[in-house]
Design a protein around this ligand. Structure first.
Ligand SMILES: Nc1nc2c(ncn2[C@@H]2O[C@H](COP(=O)(O)OP(=O)(O)O)[C@@H](O)[C@H]2O)c(=O)[nH]1
Ligand SMILES: [Mg+2]
Length: 352
């Protein structure tokens, strides 16, 4: 409560903490108010304090976390040489920010200014080098699919990116659903889309038309995406994304067996495909967390039993979260987006 009062009295707040995991030497990231406190613990997150501050005092200061990477957290332990070095670098970065603070300048503007300044300096020193933007770099891209997928998952988690792998037969409405979700989420979030297809760049072009970055992986015959295929283009993906959607190759069978390192797997089934499909293609339903029944606008015109399809899908996987949607009339799009938003916030709060 005292912290919430303190937050409310300032235009910007930087919470400094030591972190057991994450990037070295430190992270500096913007955080948002989130309602995730529990009064049974003394450890209340900065997001929860910001939420209290906003709710009780109607104030939303700019909020950042400066997380120093630490290594040993035993009581009475001194700083290790590596932690000392991290502290030194974090301090020098923070002093730079403080030196640039003026009453009408936000921290985000200062960071942008400092980044541009260092890029210009880098260009002056290395005129032949291309300007660098932070992208995702994988540590381990060799080995089995599982190993590469684990490396991808770790990297996405480090950057707080929620990745969704979409599985369905060709034509079930994956790209159209992504277009609708992308349009709804793009005002508030940074989104990227990986498009998997046997041939052509058509789906990626559809996504780019919305002003969203899209990377096409053409498998030239392979009926599913593999983690290694993603690894090859991973260094093009900006590290500051919120959501990364992966449209798998249209096929309800093979993609189910390949982990891509995604956070969530969505299986889509469209009304024209028939209500008997979950039990015919169980693996896609077993390995997914979300089942989206698409093209529900066609229900009045086709013999399709929604109750049956939901019942049979849940018999295969009782944990499935089920959504009914129509990209044509907008049914279910809001619910899907709210679900994605809350998943992102919850996961970030948990990993903070
Ligand atoms: N009636 C109806 N048609 C849809 C809907 N979503 C997609 N479609 C159509 O289904 C076809 C295939 O959609 P697409 O998104 O390309 O499917 P994908 O192959 O799974 O990516 C297109 O002709 C879409 O216009 C929907 O909600 N309702
Ligand atoms: Mg498609």
């Amino acid at each position: 409560m005292e912290d919430a009062i303190l937050f409310s009295e300032h235009e910007a707040v930087v919470v400094v903490d030591a972190l057991k995991t994450g990037e070295e030497p430190f992270i500096f990231k913007k955080i948002k108010p989130i309602k995730n406190f529990s009064f049974t613990t003394h450890a209340v997150s900065p997001e929860a304090v910001a939420y209290l501050c906003r709710t009780l005092y109607r104030k939303s200061p700019e909020l950042y976390i400066l997380g120093l990477r630490g290594y040993n957290f035993e009581v009475g332990e001194n700083l290790s040489p590596k932690a000392q070095q991290n502290l030194k670098e974090a301090l020098s970065f923070f002093v730079k920010i403080l030196k640039n603070v003026t009453p009408d300048r936000k921290i985000s503007a200062i960071i942008k200014y400092l980044k541009e300044k260092s890029l210009k300096k880098e260009k002056r020193e290395n005129p032949m080098e291309k300007s660098k933007k932070e992208v995702l770099v994988l540590e381990d891209i060799l080995g089995s699919n599982k190993k590469v997928a684990t490396s991808i998952r770790k990297k996405l988690e480090e950057h707080g990116i929620l990745a969704v792998n979409l599985l369905s037969s060709p034509g079930s409405g994956k790209t159209t659903l992504l277009e609708k979700i992308g349009l709804r989420l793009k005002e508030k979030y940074r989104i990227g889309v990986i498009e998997g297809d046997i041939e052509t760049e058509r789906d990626a072009e559809r996504i780019r038309k919305l002003g969203l970055p899209a990377w096409q992986i053409t498998t030239h015959g392979a009926c599913h995406l593999e983690a290694k295929m993603l690894a090859k283009i991973f260094d093009q993906i900006p590290a500051d994304l919120d959501f990364l959607f992966i449209e798998n190759v249209g096929n309800l069978v093979c993609p189910a067996s390949f982990d891509l390192g995604e956070t969530l797997r969505f299986v889509l089934l469209s009304v024209p495909e028939g209500d008997d499909k979950p039990k015919k293609y169980p693996e896609a339903f077993i390995t997914s967390q979300v089942f989206v029944l698409t093209k529900c606008d066609l229900l009045p015109y086709l013999p399709f039993n929604v109750e049956r399809v939901v019942k049979e899908a849940l018999e295969i996987n009782p944990k499935l979260k089920v959504f009914k949607s129509s990209a044509l009339n907008g049914e279910g799009i809001e619910e899907l987006c709210s679900f994605l938003e809350s998943e992102l916030e919850q996961r970030r709060a948990k990993n903070a």
